[in-house]
Write a protein that binds this ligand. Structure first.
Ligand SMILES: [Zn+2]
Length: 257
């Protein structure tokens, strides 16, 4: 399967060449989209990704560096669907989001766009809860609550990391975490790839955390100041610690797993 990176920057002020967090896992032509930071659908479309192959959009939490491009993504999918008189790949689109209040606001924004956002495919929106989010013929995704965001009074969890099981492989997407230990349970059996946020932690902390874990490929994303401000030094450090098993991901990059 392929992992496409559309945005690899943490929630910083605008940075040259990097947009906020967004990536997708592609299996059997179906695209599973994880987080939707600003400009993600534009980047993907210009990379040659067919947005009508997206079947599910999964959000880790509703901070703007993860949802700032969600309305645009949905708008672009509808736009292509109208232009090409073609529905998204499964005739419907599922969105999983941890905070329905945020969704209600977005729904209103979309409703007030052209044609009241009328479309000939269904859009099912579901609140993320701990446990298996969905299982289809290609993929199973399990949500694990993490400590990045505190709970509302309703006691709903608001920020998640995801275990993605696909084509016999295990991929973990950290989302944003409160501490790396949040990932302990997911990493008990190891994984083929860990997409790890470095927005709140440095490369030394990643090294310390993963050194006793079984991880095939380490993919740095949601990158923070150490990588953004000192890219050359960061690359050298990553090479020294992890040799070829780690990659500092960039916008527009595709990795085979
Ligand atoms: Zn973030």
């Amino acid at each position: 399967m392929k992992i496409h990176f559309f945005g690899t920057c943490a929630g910083t002020e605008p940075m040259s060449g990097r947009n906020h967090a967004s990536l997708a896992v592609e299996s059997e032509k179906t695209i599973y989209w994880f987080d939707a930071g600003e400009g993600c659908s534009r980047t993907a479309h210009l990379m040659g990704i067919d947005l009508l192959n997206v079947s599910k959009i999964i959000i880790s939490h509703t901070h703007l560096d993860h949802v700032g491009g969600l309305c645009n993504l949905l708008w672009n999918i509808r736009k292509l669907s109208v232009m090409r008189k073609q529905q998204p790949i499964r005739g419907k689109l599922d969105v999983y989001i941890p905070n329905m209040e945020t969704w209600k606001g977005m729904e209103m924004i979309l409703h007030n766009t052209e044609g009241n956002f009328k479309k000939d495919f269904s859009l099912d929106v579901c609140e993320v809860r701990e446990g298996v989010l969905f299982e289809d013929e290609n993929m199973r995704v399990t949500a694990f609550h993490n400590s990045h965001m505190t709970r509302f009074e309703s006691d709903n969890c608001l920020s998640f990391s995801y275990l993605i099981e696909c084509e016999g492989k295990k991929i973990i997407y950290s989302g944003d975490v409160g501490e790396y230990k949040d990932l302990d349970m997911m990493l008990e059996q190891g994984c083929d790839a860990l997409i790890i946020e470095t927005g709140h932690f440095g490369i030394d902390e990643v090294y310390k955390y993963v050194s006793d874990k079984k991880i095939g490929k380490l993919l740095f994303s949601h990158n923070g100041r150490e990588i953004l401000n000192y890219p050359k030094e960061a690359k050298e450090k990553v090479k020294k610690y992890f040799a070829d098993s780690a990659v500092i991901c960039e916008d527009g990059m595709t990795i085979e797993v």
